[in-house]
Structure formats: C-alpha cells, structure tokens
Design a protein around this ligand. Structure first.
Ligand code: AP5
Length: 214
C-alpha cells in the first residue's frame, strides 16, 4: 500500500499513520519526526530546521524533498510506504510525483483527515510527546512522573504546541498546505475522511474509504 496522509496540525496524521503502517507492514515516513530527531542529534539538518520549526514555519522545500527522496530509496519502501506530513506545499507535491514516477512507485491514495479547528486546538494543547521514542500521549493522565510507558524516556509538551505557535502552524497550513487538497483531488487520488471520533473508529473509516477491511 502506498499512502500519504494530509490534514491540519493535530488532525491525527501521526496517530493514524502509526496504526496504518503496522496494519499494512509498510514504513511510516514522518518528516516532522525525522526533523525532530535531527534536531535532537544536533546534525546540520537539525540545526537548519530548528528555527523554522520553533516559529511554526515550514522548513525549506529543498531540504525536506531531499530527505524524503533519500528515504524512499531505502529497500523497505519497495513494498509500500506511508507518508505523514509530506508533502506540505505544491512544490513538494510536484517533486514527489516526479520521484514516484521515476521510481515506479505510484501513490494509491492521499487521505485527508478532516477535523474542525476547535478540536485541533484542544488536542494540541493537551498533547505530550516522549522526547526519546516520540510516542504521543493525548494528556498526562496515564503517565507516571512524566515518564514514557514504552521506553521510560522523558515526556513533555512539544515546543511548537504552545498556543501562539499552534496558531501560526494553522495559518501556514491554510496558506501553504490546504491547496494540496485540490491538487490530489485533480489527480483522482483524494480520499476524505472524518477525523472525529475515537482513534479506532477513524482507522476503520480510513480502511473502508480505501477499500480495505481488517
Ligand atoms: P509535524 O510533526 O508533521 O507536525 P504537524 O503536521 O503539525 O502534525 P502534528 O504532529 O502536530 O499532528 P498530527 O496530525 O500528527 O496529530 P497527532 O496524531 O499527533 O511537523 C512539525 C514541524 O516540522 C512543522 O511545523 C514544520 O516546521 C516541519 N515540517 C514537517 N514536515 C515538513 C514538510 N514536509 N515541509 C516543511 N516543513 C516540515 O494527534 C494530535 C493529538 O490528538 C495527540 O495528542 C493524539 O493523541 C490526539 N488524537 C489523535 N487522534 C485522535 C482522535 N481520533 N480522538 C482524540 N484524540 C486524538
């Protein structure tokens, strides 16, 4: 299966991306996670990305296109892939089309998770993320002393989940990423899914919308 997930910050791309990647046994390529890892490791890529991410802005196209192209060339992507958070601009989408055409790995569907803005704001301001394994927690309730239940790492709020940065990310989404909805609609690849409801319910909706059953 070759999929990409579209949707505003907090729409549930990471949550559903992890589940779908397990379901289809394909790697999840999440540009946000790759950039956060690079930032943590202090690599040149991470240093370059940091100031954009902290301001809620997009990292320049050439940087992310290069890293996704490299990742798609890894052997594990031959059986499929799930892109989460990429593409985010029309230039990225056009570059992705070219890459996938050359590699003969065409996309099956672009899944748009549709969630209203008030729900997004509530989700993002109560989200906590493990700084080691990046597991996402929808609140602090199930955590003991801010420790991750999977790896024991420290769990904290993402720096770009502060309310002003969330507002900026939503503005950037509306201007730079929302045009991709029409881009994929025109290619006949767009699948729109209601992202409200519990996580399993949303996953079932996605599977049914792309013609798959559990
Ligand atoms: P990235 O990490 O991709 O952030 P994002 O798109 O803003 O997405 P989020 O991770 O915030 O949300 P999500 O949709 O994955 O939702 P989640 O599943 O976590 O990007 C971060 C930054 O990196 C960008 O701002 C940019 O600077 C840079 N970047 C990344 N890619 C780039 C690119 N291609 N080009 C340029 N720059 C790039 O869910 C959110 C919360 O809701 C969680 O707490 C979750 O538990 C909860 N939740 C999920 N589903 C449900 C549900 N059904 N019901 C209730 N709660 C739910």
């Amino acid at each position: 299966m070759r999929l990409l997930l579209l949707g505003a910050p907090g729409a549930g791309k990471g949550t559903q991306g992890s589940r779908l990647s397990n379901f289809f046994h394909v790697p999840r390529i999440a540009t946000g996670d790759i950039l956060r890892e690079a930032r943590k490791a202090g690599t040149e890529l991470g240093t370059k990305a940091q100031s954009y991410m902290d301001q809620g802005l997009l990292v320049p196209d050439d940087v992310v296109i290069g890293l996704v192209q490299e990742r798609l060339q890894q052997p594990d992507c031959r059986s499929g892939y799930l892109l989460d958070g990429f593409p985010r601009t029309v230039a990225q989408a056009e570059a992705l089309n070219d890459i996938l055409t050359i590699m003969q790995m065409p996309l099956d569907a672009a899944v748009l998770l549709d969630v209203p803005e008030d729900v997004i704001l509530q989700r993002l301001t109560s989200r906590y993320t493990c700084t080691s394994c990046q597991k996402v927690y929808p609140g602090m309730d199930e955590l003991v002393q801010s420790r991750c239940g999977v790896c024991g790492g420290h769990v904290e709020r993402r720096s770009d989940d502060e309310p002003e940065t969330v507002a900026k990310r939503l503005e950037v989404y509306a201007h730079q990423t929302a045009p991709l909805v029409n881009f994929y609609r025109n290619l006949g690849k767009l699948v729109e899914v209601n992202g409200l409801g519990d996580v399993q319910e949303v996953e079932e909706r996605i599977l049914s919308a792309i013609g798959q059953t559990r």
